[in-house]
Design a protein around this ligand. Structure first.
Ligand code: AMP
Length: 243
């Protein structure tokens, strides 16, 4: 065989199919890298969910203050939840990774303030944090180990002072009623990202501001616009209860 034969240019009729072959290869490569990313990390973004303790306590089932005492009148963390862009979410991803307080001993003081339990009977928070880690935290463990997970949530809480943003916009926890849109727009104006507001019902059937969802990128560091919103509570106006 002559060298010329080995290196002969591709015949003209092959040019097009060669081109589409390269395109298919590129597409496959892109798909593969996408799959690696989603398998590697197993979720697309986080919901960072804060709750208003006044609403949590003002329900039929009521609440119990933690053993450390009544939490300050501020939004508190409910959780940092890995989520998929389609709205579904993974849960309880690793039974071999139990909550371990000794891994986060340096964070516990801050968690008592920013992530307090309000469940009854009164307790120190271990049950709530165990639930949040085992149900949600284990599903982002490839990116955030237990310490980084709780720290990431505390850091985001520290970055955005929702109560101040709302109070600056004249929205105060004084039992007044506010439109969901008013609350949502005040937060968007104050922090630059659109929240989702959920509500609950008090014993006299008033709708009240329950939780505020923000979205965080898969690294757990930066706020993003939500790829998907949970069902928000649009009307009627929501009470912002005293705590
Ligand atoms: P999740 O499964 O992460 O959606 O959390 C729901 C569970 O967390 C329910 O059992 C709630 O009662 C509980 N929960 C929500 N907020 C608190 C809180 N502040 N303290 C204790 N438990 C809570």
């Amino acid at each position: 065989m002559k060298a010329k034969d080995l290196y002969s240019p591709r015949p003209k009729y092959m040019a097009k199919s060669g081109c589409s072959f390269i395109l298919v290869e590129l597409l496959l490569l892109q798909c593969l890298s996408h799959l690696t990313i989603s398998f590697g990390q197993g979720y697309d973004f986080f919901y960072f969910v804060q709750q208003w303790p006044g609403s949590y306590c003002d329900t039929k089932k009521s609440c119990c203050y933690p053993t450390t005492g009544k939490p300050p009148a501020n939004f508190t963390i409910h959780g940092l939840w890995p989520n998929y862009n389609n709205g579904s979410y993974p849960s309880n991803c690793n039974a071999d990774s139990p909550y371990n307080a000794t891994k986060i001993s340096d964070l516990l003081g801050k968690m008592e303030v920013d992530w307090p339990t309000l469940a009854c009977p009164t307790n120190d928070g271990t049950r709530f944090w165990t639930h949040e880690w085992e149900k949600h935290g284990t599903c982002s463990e490839t990116v955030l180990d237990q310490h980084s997970y709780f720290e990431a949530a505390l850091n985001i809480k520290n970055k955005v002072n929702i109560l101040k943003v709302l109070e600056d916009a004249g929205i105060k926890p004084d039992d007044t009623f506010y439109k969901e849109r008013q609350i949502r727009e005040a937060i968007k104006a104050g922090i630059g990202y659109t929240p989702a507001i959920t509500c609950n019902t008090d014993p006299t059937k008033n709708r009240q501001l329950s939780e505020i969802y923000l979205c965080v990128d898969a690294s757990g560091k930066d706020l993003i616009e939500c790829p998907k919103f949970p069902n928000r509570c649009k009307r009627p106006p929501l009470q912002f209860p005293i705590f």
